[in-house]
Design a protein around this ligand. Structure first.
Ligand code: C2E
Ligand code: MG
Ligand code: MG
Length: 503
């Protein structure tokens, strides 16, 4: 059993060695345990980090998604009102057109332009203007169905898409509802604003089979409406496009007329009703088209105003009138006060007063011989700015007349506030004077009011002796109209002056 192991010895050896070996093994085990523990701790820590990282990644992913969503929303919505913008509207229209095609149904596009928005924006400030646009957006959304889309194209232009609409009548009913909603007063941060909306309507498929054409034609109808009476809806009609084309042609012709000198001024005498003497004249623009002949101011002045050409045309009128008066005076004639019509755009143009000073200086005309005719609407569109311009005009020394008085603005308080010299009673009131009692009430009242405010009163459009008698009886200062004379070319007016001045 030599090779055998003595269990005792083994045990003994074991026993002897046991404390030493056990200690070493214990240390080893301890080391291993603590190493293991360290690994475990590290693993735990790494795991925790991983979890945290995963959570963070989750948060980041969500944030990225939210940012993406927000960007996507921004890309498809108007930042101010939160309504769908043009790209989203186009998308929805494309879908709606596809659906209408399949179902052989109709849809309507409503192009809405706010009336008086610019006035509110200019007078109450842009912050209030923004509030107004937001409130308009809310009213539109409240008035339509969930399946319809109210969108903002920019500025004060909104488009409503009625994806399913039976006929024109239901489209116009909804449009009328929107008009009524927009005509209700808006409370904006304590300030009340009254606006309204003009709506143009195009129908699919009659007025266009593509989104662009439908929006364009609804816009054309709205534009037509702006000139026909606001706060109403107008259906697109193909002839409206013809009118737009005609406008473009007139605009191009006006450019040429200005360059070639096809304009001329006519002068319509103003008569002192007490003495019968010529007190002055109103300069009236005449345009002879090379092919169409004489074009009425009512046909070309609104176009010139819309495209801004009225500013250079008005400048020509002002200079020509001043120069003509200077020529008459040089010939020994006394034309009295010459009145020149001034459009809103000219009146507000930055260079206007400078050009006026230059025209007076170059012609040597005394400012008291020149009267500027403006309408009530021009003054009231931005009363604050108007007051400053009027003050400058007064400083220059020209006279100021309110043209077409009584047709523009309901408030009379401005008469006291602005430095006005002359009221020209609109022709419609003068035409209303007839033999029947009560017919001339308005004219009589204006004459009395003008007199007590110290304004000279001129009656326009005097055509009949009975009207003249009435005006004389009420002590109206001056009259102008076919009864006295038609507007005359410069030579004819000079001849009239010479005849009157003669023995
Ligand atoms: P307005 O300033 O009120 O001019 C008076 C208009 O009434 C003129 O029309 C004149 O010819 C017309 N008229 C004169 N007497 C009578 C009458 O007894 N009966 C009737 N029914 N009408 C009469 P016109 O020349 O066609 O001018 C129309 C408008 O065009 C003017 O109205 C004015 O607003 C504008 N206008 C004319 N010339 C100019 C201009 O040089 N610049 C600007 N901005 N506007 C002008
Ligand atoms: Mg006038
Ligand atoms: Mg007038």
């Amino acid at each position: 059993m030599s090779g055998g192991v003595d269990p005792e010895r083994r045990v003994g050896r074991c026993d002897r060695r046991a404390p030493k070996n056990a200690g070493a093994d214990g240390d080893e085990a301890e080391r291993m345990r603590s190493a293991l523990q360290r690994h475990i701790d590290k693993l735990r820590e790494a795991n925790a980090q991983l979890v945290i990282a995963a959570l963070k990644a989750q948060v980041v992913t969500e944030e990225v998604q939210r940012a993406k969503d927000a960007l996507g929303h921004l890309a498809h919505h108007d930042f101010l009102t939160g309504l769908p913008n043009r790209p989203l509207l186009m998308e929805r229209m494309a879908q709606a057109i596809g659906m209408a095609q399949r179902q052989h149904s109709r849809m309507a596009v409503l192009f809405i332009d706010l009336d008086r928005f610019k006035i509110i924006n200019d007078s109450l400030g842009h912050a209030v203007g923004d509030l107004l646009l937001q409130a308009v957006g809310q009213r539109l959304v409240a008035a339509i169905r969930a399946s319809d889309t109210a969108s903002r194209l920019g500025g004060d232009e909104f488009v409503v898409l009625l994806a399913e609409v039976a006929n024109e009548r239901s489209a116009s009913e909804l449009a009328d509802k929107l008009c009524r909603a927009l005509a209700e007063p808006f409370d904006l941060d304590g300030q009340t604003a009254h606006i309204g909306g003009t709506i143009g309507i195009s129908m699919y498929p009659d007025d266009g089979e593509q989104a662009e054409a439908l929006i364009r034609n609804a816009d054309v109808a709205m534009y037509h409406g702006k000139h026909s009476g606001r706060n109403r809806c107008y259906f697109f009609r193909p002839e409206m496009n013809l009118r737009a084309l005609e406008r473009q042609r007139v605009e191009a012709d006006l450019h040429r007329a200005l360059a070639r000198g096809d304009f001329e001024l006519y002068y319509q005498p103003r008569v002192n009703l007490a003495s019968g003497a010529i007190a002055g004249a109103e300069a009236l623009l005449r345009w002879t088209h090379p092919e169409h002949g004489a074009v009425a101011p009512s046909r070309f002045i609104p176009v010139a105003e819309e495209c801004g050409l009225i500013v250079p045309i008005g400048h020509w009128v002002l200079r020509e009138a001043c120069m003509q008066v200077a020529r008459w005076k040089a010939d020994g004639l006394d034309p009295g006060v010459i009145a020149v019509n001034i459009s809103a755009l000219e009146f507000r143009d930055d260079g206007f007063t400078g050009r006026l000073r230059a025209a007076l200086a170059d012609s040597g005309l005394s400012p008291q011989c020149l009267e500027l005719e403006i309408t009530e609407g021009v003054l009231m569109d931005d009363a604050g700015a108007s007051a400053a311009i009027l003050a400058e005009l007064k400083e220059i020394g020209v006279l100021l007349a309110i043209d077409d008085f009584g047709t523009g603005y309901s408030s009379l308080s401005y008469l006291n506030r602005f430095p006005i010299d002359v009221l020209k009673i609109d022709q419609s009131f003068v035409h209303g004077i007839s033999a029947a009692p009560g017919d001339g009430v308005i004219v009589g009242a204006v004459i009395a009011m003008g007199g007590s405010l110290g304004h000279k009163v001129v009656a326009e459009g005097v055509e009949r002796q009975s009207q003249l008698d009435f005006l004389r009886e009420r002590h109206c200062d001056e009259g102008q109209g076919y009864l006295f004379s038609l507007p005359l070319a410069a030579d004819a007016f000079a001849a009239l002056l010479a005849r009157r001045a003669g023995p």
